[in-house]
Design a protein around this ligand. Structure first.
Ligand code: FES
Length: 286
């Protein structure tokens, strides 16, 4: 709701007037005059956005329907085979496979009885007719969408951000290694694993002050290695990673409550009595 935000800012920024620019495809931002030249004939506003989305969806319906129908006739089996090969290649490059505790099932919506089961323990990929593990990650997508990734028109990370798939996990715990496996390209996986191991081997520690106590913690985030010295403390006990906002509970050994990853917090005792500002809960240097 940009308008709401700008109304709020106008109220708060006394003496300054922020401008809300809403460029549409076809508009020009003219650096010479420092302004936007409005050329697009069609403008989407808060008032007409619902109508715009409905008519755009109607316009695209035929495109997606035909794409699926053609694939059903000719290519779904081939896409399934390519997906299986892609998973095996990913697995071969994934040196952190032993960290993933559950198998991954990948399926095409058009082929419900042929799930690709990625077993991280044995480093094997096989086709099975149904989900047979209690603990598992299941990922389903349409062949029409997956083929765009296999054709390298879309990378895995962007595909995951597209939400054009269904995913479920049991137990409902985020697994960093499994997610990285899914999101990385084959050619990036080795480097990604090497970087993870290198970050971990640095084992650098830093000191955080929170709730009147000092804690020694791992300096680099176990998710993707962000520097936790740039983080901050919330509620007097949670150290928050600056990159994706994971919260590590300093009073519970530095464990992140949503996924069990830890920065190995160790209490060093009470903070020294010295005057400090209210915002001093940012990380001090070691
Ligand atoms: S790097 Fe992602 S939460 Fe820290």
């Amino acid at each position: 709701m940009p308008r709401k935000l700008f109304t709020f800012l106008q109220h708060r920024l006394a003496g300054r007037t922020p401008r809300l620019l809403e460029p549409m495809p076809g508009d020009v931002l003219d650096a010479g005059i420092g302004d936007m030249v409005s050329l697009a004939p069609e403008r989407v506003t808060e008032e007409n956005v619902s109508q715009y989305l409905r008519s755009y969806a109607a316009l695209q319906t035929r495109v997606f329907r035909e794409r699926r129908r053609n694939l059903m006739l000719e290519e779904v089996d081939r896409i399934h085979l390519r997906l299986r090969e892609e998973m095996q290649q990913k697995l071969d490059a994934f040196s952190l496979a032993d960290r993933v505790m559950m198998p991954l099932y990948m399926g095409l919506i058009e082929l419900p009885g042929q799930l690709i089961r990625v077993d991280f323990r044995s480093c094997r990929v096989e086709v099975v007719s149904e989900v047979r593990d209690l603990s598992r990650y299941v990922f389903l997508a349409s062949a029409a969408d997956i083929v765009r990734v296999l054709d390298r028109k879309l990378n895995w990370e962007d595909f995951l951000l597209s939400f054009r798939f269904r995913a479920s996990r049991t137990p409902d715990v985020y697994d960093t290694s499994l997610h990285n496996f899914l999101a990385a390209e084959i050619e990036d996986l080795r480097a990604m694993c090497d970087n993870t191991l290198a970050t971990e081997s640095r084992q650098e520690r830093t000191v955080v002050t929170a709730g009147g106590q000092r804690y020694a913690v791992n300096r680099y985030c176990p998710h993707q290695g962000a520097d936790l010295r740039e983080g901050w403390v919330e509620e007097g006990r949670y150290l928050v990673c600056p990159r994706h906002r994971w919260r590590f509970d300093l009073q519970d050994g530095g464990v992140c409550g949503t996924n069990g990853c830890s920065i190995k917090a160790e209490c060093l005792g009470k903070e020294k009595e010295e005057p400090r500002e209210a915002s001093a809960e940012r990380l001090p240097a070691m």
